[in-house]
Design a protein around this ligand. Structure first.
Ligand code: MTE
Length: 314
């Protein structure tokens, strides 16, 4: 999908999204529509204490530097370095998350109350981007299932829809005359996926509150799915009875599905998903590692998809 410097792109990572986007990015840049200069820095990170989790991997963590400087957050531009440079303009306090739709107890949570009332855990997860690179990130968060239970979904609720903040005045990428996506960024899960213990709402990484570029103050992490499911800076979570629209699926339905489960045997229409480049392991010519089914989390999640044709429901 996403754009990066030409020197940073592997042949297998030159995606239709990259080609499509580079044209748009050029047009947006040419039109002088970004607020690149003089944007405020994000708020200071605050420490978070969190319990260890048996779901964490003991693989080598990607450095904090890489996790916080090589990002995808198109509301702030399509370059990997844009979010770190520009996302400081997003005011993440005060912040509320509205939970509504088919629930017995709709609510609007102030982010600090949500954090205080949740049992935070460190979850060190692999993250596999659909573009063919991966990281190992020590998130701090709480199970999405905990929030789901608090609002008491009705029997009619089958899916959970998520929405990112829509703040053109704070998001240079959203102001572009040539928008890359339909804003706000939206994502969704089936309710049983949302209840899986691996799915978390992350509020921090590396033991501190999330940097803006990683989706402060709260974002979704579903480690068995491609990274684009991990919607950032969530303001609304709605329980619905129909499969919700998702941003990249709306943009290119034949390339990005609703499920987006990591699957080395189902290639993207224009590149292989069999291998990946672990960020921080060296330059472009480093040996790629094999991609694992469900990103290595098959034991916990494969049963969710029993009987489904994962070639069709990609
Ligand atoms: N959420 C929003 N709102 N906007 C985005 O552009 N990019 C997605 C996802 N969440 C994105 C988003 C993609 S493509 C990826 S790979 C991950 O965020 C990247 O998360 P990271 O920058 O914290 O590594």
């Amino acid at each position: 999908m996403l754009i990066r410097r030409t020197t940073d792109i592997l042949p297998s990572e030159i995606t239709p999204r990259a080609v499509y986007l580079s044209r748009r990015q050029w047009m947006a840049g040419a039109a002088g529509l970004t607020l690149a200069a003089a944007l405020p820095k994000g708020p200071e990170a605050a420490p978070l204490s969190a319990a260890k989790s048996p779901f964490s991997t003991d693989e080598k963590k990607t450095s904090r530097e890489d996790v916080t400087s090589y990002n995808n957050y198109y509301e702030f531009g399509t370059g990997k370095e844009d979010p770190a440079a520009k996302a400081g303009s997003l005011k993440n306090s005060p912040w509320t998350v509205k939970v509504d739709g088919m629930v017995g107890k709709p609510a609007e949570f102030a982010i600090e109350d949500l954090i205080k009332s949740s049992a935070l855990e460190e979850r060190i997860y692999r993250m596999r981007c659909v573009e063919g690179w991966s990281m190992v990130i020590p998130w701090v968060g709480f199970p999405l299932a905990d929030l789901v239970k608090r609002v008491e979904p009705l029997g009619s609720a089958k899916y959970v829809a998520f929405e990112t903040a829509y703040r053109p005045e704070e998001m240079p990428g959203v102001q572009s005359m040539f928008p890359v996506l339909d804003w706000p960024y939206v994502e969704g899960l089936r309710l049983d996926e949302a209840m899986n213990p691996l799915a978390i709402l992350a509020v921090g990484l590396y033991g501190e509150t999330l940097p803006n570029q990683n989706g402060a103050p709260i974002r979704l992490v579903v480690p068995w799915k491609y990274g684009f499911k991990g919607i950032k800076s969530i303001t609304r979570i709605s329980f619905v009875d129909k499969q919700p629209e998702t941003s990249w699926n709306k943009q290119a339905p034949s390339e990005y599905g609703f499920y987006a489960n990591v699957n080395p045997s189902v290639d993207h229409p224009r590149w292989s998903q069999a291998t990946e480049r672990r960020i921080g392991e060296g330059g472009l010519f480093v040996k790629r590692r094999p991609t694992l089914m469900f990103n290595g989390y098959a034991e916990q999640v494969a049963s969710l998809y029993a009987g489904m044709d994962l070639r069709k429901l990609y």
